[in-house]
Design a protein around this ligand. Structure first.
Ligand code: ADP
Ligand code: MG
Length: 639
């Protein structure tokens, strides 16, 4: 081997250095989790080997069973974790251990709080588990060889967790990875069989492969036989929780399984453990967390529902088992009848998988509904965490649209403090008999929605309006279309048929309205001077307090959707708003088609209407100049 014995020294990627610094200097609690992280990596490597050998049997080099071993050496002050899994090549070591390929690290750093025990939990979530070894290590020696490769292509990686690490080629007869941890002087507690076993049974009992430690055979009375040679003995129970009958599993066991799976210390809001027998045999153990994970909006997110076939791990985060709008659901599905060598392509067009997914989705939606009915407060919390994601389902999942519609919650013009607690059923229940549509307004913030001039006539007539301010809402209302035969209607689109709304509020200002011919002339002149900026100018039936507002034509895209598309870098189709003016407003009343500054007035009213919607002005300085000009004139006149 050309590189034999020539160790190269590399620097860690900057992010890794920062992370290491942080791990060593800021995370003090629960250092024991390093063992869980290394065992979890070994377990992954064994799972991946097992999966790879299904299609490539040259990877199986010997008859030895797949296992993880943990040992310690008091004299050397080392703890060693090894596995006969897939191992790593030279380049993979550098790639996987020297850099952080995923974007999670930056956010891990950003999300750190002063709550250290919480932070050390986060380490695993962010996929930076290996480095937790430096919580206890002053030096780490990792040796590894990829399964199926030449014994001469082994690799030794050494680091003290500071800025650098060294890598060299070695000869290693065994495949797989061995990690020797040289403990810091204050971490000697891990040189103890009982302590190590304890950590393993706390954090790693659910691992289905044997985790072995050296033990002397036990005599009849249960004590160790001193004369016997120690043997590798499995110390985990090795039967995954989901395979056990529901009534034999305690809440605490579910909780521990969940927190091992998700690194979430809080209890899940919902735990669903089901065995389905029949045409298709499978077990599912699913959880709805009580908090949204940090990466809920990360496109490369890896967490979700994992697929097992007869207890053998097949695949992580199988999108085929859970639609994207339920991506916050975590857990496992273990199917009895699928072939072991399933590929992603196989999953894509597999009817059994489709059937499993459909059943799981229905189960989850039913459980969410049950929670909403039985425990509205709990559901309100769930909605706060996952509502935005669930809304995507209305667009994506036609089959379950009506179940999803029942799960939606809104804040409305009649709910307090922006609380999203009103369901469509509530809305319909309390709407006046003659109201035919469900009204909503979209804006880019709850505040902008709440204070929009479009709501004036609805307020006046005591008609409730849903306040929507999530980007997904634009698609959601389109996807939904109607609920219980009541169409969803934007208050900012098309002409309003307000007769249905006019309850008992008499139009008190009718007598003083502008003369029709003056009004028509005014509208025409304003349209003329605004030119390209508007589709039309018309008299409004929506406004009571504001002088003007902008509305979309019945079939045009709304202004809010347009802004959303633009913010995503997408070209929105050319769209011009209609400006509506309030003929009863004092400002409008002092105008006439002959007014000398009509052009300025039209432009200012237009810009104000845009501002009231939260839209940016294309030329703010022109707006300011015009307003100042008009103010100056008014002051001169008044003074
Ligand atoms: P994660 O496990 O979330 O990917 P880690 O920091 O724990 O993050 O590990 C980084 C990577 O190093 C793993 O994804 C894997 O590719 C590699 N690795 C770590 N330990 C082992 C091992 N025992 N065998 C093979 N590869 C490993
Ligand atoms: Mg890991």
């Amino acid at each position: 081997m050309a590189n034999q014995n020539s160790a190269e020294t590399h620097s860690f990627q900057t992010e890794v250095q920062q992370l290491l610094h942080l791990i060593i200097h800021s995370l003090y609690t629960k250092k024991e989790i390093f063992l869980r992280e290394l065992i979890s990596n070994s377990s992954d490597a064994l799972d991946r080997l097992r999966f790879a050998t299904l299609t490539d049997d040259t990877l199986v080099e010997d008859e030895e069973e797949l296992r993880i071993r943990v040992s310690y050496n008091e004299k050397e002050k080392t703890v060693t974790v090894s596995d006969n899994g897939l191992g790593m090549s030279h380049d993979e070591v550098i790639e996987n251990i020297g850099t952080i390929a995923r974007s999670g690290t930056r956010r891990f750093m950003d999300s750190l709080s002063s709550d250290e025990s919480n932070d050390s939990q986060l380490i695993g979530q962010f996929g930076v588990g290996f480095y937790s070894v430096f919580l206890v290590a002053k030096k780490v020696v990792l040796i590894t060889r990829q399964a199926g490769s030449d014994p001469a292509s082994g690799v030794r990686w050494i680091s003290e967790g500071t800025g650098e690490y060294s890598v060299e080629n070695i000869t290693r007869p065994e495949r797989g990875t061995e990690i020797v941890i040289h403990l810091k002087s204050e971490e000697k507690e891990y040189l103890d069989a009982f302590r190590l076993q304890n950590i393993i049974s706390t954090y790693s009992d659910h691992i289905s492969l044997p985790i072995q430690m050296l033990q002397k055979a036990k005599g009849e009375d249960g004590s160790e036989d001193d004369a016997a040679e120690p043997e590798w003995t499995a110390i985990n129970s090795g039967s995954p929780l989901w395979t056990r009958p529901k009534k034999e599993v305690t809440d605490e066991q579910y909780q521990r399984f969940y927190s091992n799976l998700t690194y979430d210390n809080e209890s899940p809001l919902i735990t669903l453990h089901n065995r389905v027998e029949g045409k298709l045999d499978y077990v599912s153990l699913l959880f709805v967390p009580s908090k949204a994970p940090f990466d809920l909006w990360d496109r490369e997110r890896r967490h979700g529902v994992s697929l097992y076939v007869r207890r053998i791990f097949i695949m992580d985060d199988t999108k085929h088992l859970m639609p994207s709008y339920l991506r916050f659901v975590r857990g496992v599905v273990d199917a009895a009848d699928l072939p072991l060598n399933v590929s992603r392509e196989f999953l894509q067009n597999n009817r059994d998988i489709d059937r499993i997914r459909n059943t799981l989705v229905k189960k989850i939606l039913a459980e969410l509904k049950r929670t909403a009915n039985k425990a509205p407060d709990q559901y309100a919390n769930l909605w706060k965490e996952f509502g935005k994601v669930l809304k995507e389902g209305v667009v994506e999942d036609h089959e379950n649209k009506s179940s999803l519609a029942e799960l939606l919650r809104f804040s409305t013009t009649k709910s307090e403090g922006g609380d999203q607690t009103v369901s469509l059923a509530d809305y319909i229940k309390r709407m006046p008999l003659n109201q035919k549509a469900i009204y909503y307004i979209t804006a880019d913030s709850p505040g902008a929605a709440r204070s929009s001039p479009h709501l004036e006539i609805f307020e006046k007539n005591n008609v409730e309006v849903l306040l929507l301010s999530d980007p997904v809402d634009e698609w959601m209302v389109n996807g939904l279309g109607e609920y219980e035969d009541k169409p969803l209607k934007s208050v900012a689109r098309g002409e309003l048929d307000l007769d249905e709304l006019k309850a008992d509020v008499a139009d008190s200002s009718e007598d003083k309205e502008l003369d029709t011919s003056v009004l028509d002339g005014l509208l025409e002149k304003m349209a003329e001077s605004l030119g390209d900026r508007v589709k039309a100018v018309r008299a409004s039936r929506r406004l009571t307090d504001s002088p003007a507002c902008l509305v979309a034509d019945e079939n045009d895209m709304g202004a809010n959707l347009e802004r959303i598309l633009q913010s995503m870098g997408q070209a929105a189709p050319e769209r011009k708003p209609i400006m509506e003016i309030n003929p009863n407003h004092p400002l409008i009343k002092q105008l006439s088609p002959e007014h000398a500054q009509l052009g300025d007035w039209a432009a200012v009213l237009f810009d104000q209407a845009a501002l009231a919607e939260g839209a940016p002005l294309p030329e703010p300085s022109a707006y300011v100049r015009r307003v100042n000009d008009l103010l100056t004139r008014a002051t001169l006149l008044g003074g």
